[in-house]
Design a protein around this ligand. Structure first.
Ligand code: HEC
Ligand code: HEC
Length: 406
């Protein structure tokens, strides 16, 4: 796949960040942001694909069809639902054994399958994962998961099918999961036709093509027309005075050291010391046991609470307040419980050596409660609620779209 460049969004960001201390001179000569046509280019570069529209529609149906799960009761949409910003609104998801949607979902079994140990990230804008400050990104190597253990939407899409807690359960052994699911789809006439249309040949149902179809659908789930984007595009009234102030504070204190570029993420791993979730049996040590996690995007956060890799940040306020604690702890070489305790709220994970906390957290400039309110207002300016929320009326298996979520 080729390297995609989205010049316009980049231009916007260059403008905004170069003008951060000089808001009056803010330039407003850019009125175009990337849209779905930029994304479509990616799929058309795949030589296996015959028809993009059929491919994306197939991907949508697969995304919603619980036929991909061991007991045929969980779909991707169970944990990535449009009503919940394509996340699930929970601190930790319930996959196998669950009934219901989002915060109301509960585990109705008494078996050994517990919570999924990490927070469901949104799939909104995952098309852009890995985008750097210049707007360059390579979909084939796009970082996936909180610990970047997978690359590309295509590869990621097969992960949940193999995961015991997410979709597989006891139905089949991990080594047999993909073959079993492929056989199920091959036995379904509608899927045979859909794969043939999308890939232009018979017998196109295989694991790789399942990943390609789901990824193509996911690339259509984008939300990048926020008040911020309109402001950058020249509409000076698109953001409130408080939001503009919040944007400047965000940059001044150093949040943009990591939450940078068009997606407000450098997509890099950093140790910031988020505490463990009390319900999990063991400490989550992140990427390679280093307690580093990947910087998430800050777009559309109003729809995807709670926050952090395990959902311990219940509100934006609690989440942002934590940086004061972490910064103090790193600065003092203390344990965050002493000085950091003054800030209340979440405490630095006691398993994290405060010397390992990222220098960019340590260097954050002081900010007070008013600053936090302004930053929250700015983050709300990154919301774009007008994304594709289509729920298919039916899926080829005849099962309930989204699984047991009613
Ligand atoms: C039981 C809930 C659950 C189900 C079902 C589920 N996911 Fe996820 N998804 C998660 C969690 C939790 C993570 C983060 C896991 C991690 O980082 O270790 C995640 C991560 C992702 C990511 C990475 C996003 C990013 O920015 O890193 C994508 C993309 C994704 N899921 C798509 C899918 C697809 C496609 C399916 C269906 C094949 C699916 N998910 C099924 C819970 C779920
Ligand atoms: C050193 C890099 C770094 C800096 C500086 C930084 N962040 Fe983060 N941010 C991260 C990482 C990494 C995570 C995920 C941590 C985790 O889940 O364990 C994160 C998570 C978040 C989240 C949660 C988003 C979600 O979807 O869960 C918010 C909100 C946030 N940061 C806001 C801020 C603000 C506001 C500032 C400035 C006060 C800031 N960040 C400074 C790296 C950084």
């Amino acid at each position: 796949m080729k390297l995609v460049q989205i010049n316009l969004i980049v231009l916007s960001l260059l403008l905004i960040f170069s003008c951060q201390d000089d808001d009056d001179n803010f330039r407003t000569d850019n009125d175009d942001l990337p849209d779905i046509t930029d994304i479509e280019e990616i799929d058309t570069t795949n030589p296996n694909v015959a028809d993009n529209i059929s491919l994306r529609e197939l991907g949508r149906l697969l995304f919603w069809d619980p036929i991909l799960s061991g007991e045929k009761d969980i779909a991707c949409a169970t944990c990535h639902h449009p009503d919940l910003g394509y996340a699930d609104g929970r601190d930790l998801p319930i996959g196998v054994g669950g009934i219901g949607l989002g915060p109301d979902r509960r585990d109705v079994t008494s078996d050994d399958i517990g919570l999924v140990p990490r927070n469901s990230p949104t799939i909104l804008n995952t098309a852009f994962n890995g985008m750097d400050e210049d707007g360059d990104y390579n979909p084939a190597t796009a970082p996936m998961f909180w610990d970047v253990r997978e690359r590309s939407l295509e590869a990621q899409a097969l992960g949940p099918l193999l995961s015991f807690e997410e979709m597989r359960g006891h139905a089949f052994d991990e080594s047999l999961a993909l073959d079993s699911i492929v056989n199920r789809l091959r036995a379904n006439v509608a899927y045979n036709n859909l794969f043939t249309n999308a890939f232009g040949q018979n017998n196109a149902i295989n694991a790789q093509n399942i990943g390609i179809a789901i990824a193509a659908f996911e690339r259509t789930i984008i939300a990048i027309d926020s008040p911020f984007d309109r402001y950058v595009a020249g509409n000076e009234n698109a953001m409130s005075q408080q939001q503009i102030r919040g944007m400047n504070t965000f940059n001044r204190i150093g949040c943009d050291d990591c939450h940078s570029g068009p997606m407000f993420s450098d997509f890099e791993l950093h140790v910031i010391g988020v505490p463990d979730h009390a319900l999990l049996p063991s400490s989550d040590a992140g990427a390679n046991g280093t307690y580093a996690f990947r910087t998430p995007t800050l777009r559309n956060l109003s729809m995807t609470a709670p926050y952090f890799h395990n959902g311990v940040g219940r509100t934006l306020e609690e989440t942002i307040r934590f940086y004061r604690t972490a910064s103090d702890a790193a600065d003092n070489g203390g344990n965050g419980g002493g000085n950091g305790g003054n800030n209340g709220g979440l405490q630095v994970n006691p398993n994290v050596d405060v010397d390992d906390i990222d220098r960019d957290v340590e260097r954050l400039r002081n900010f007070n409660n008013d600053d936090i309110e302004d930053i929250i207002a700015f983050i709300r300016a990154l919301d774009d609620p007008n994304f594709d929320r289509t729920i298919p009326e039916s899926v080829p298996s005849g099962l309930n779209p989204g699984g047991r979520i009613d």
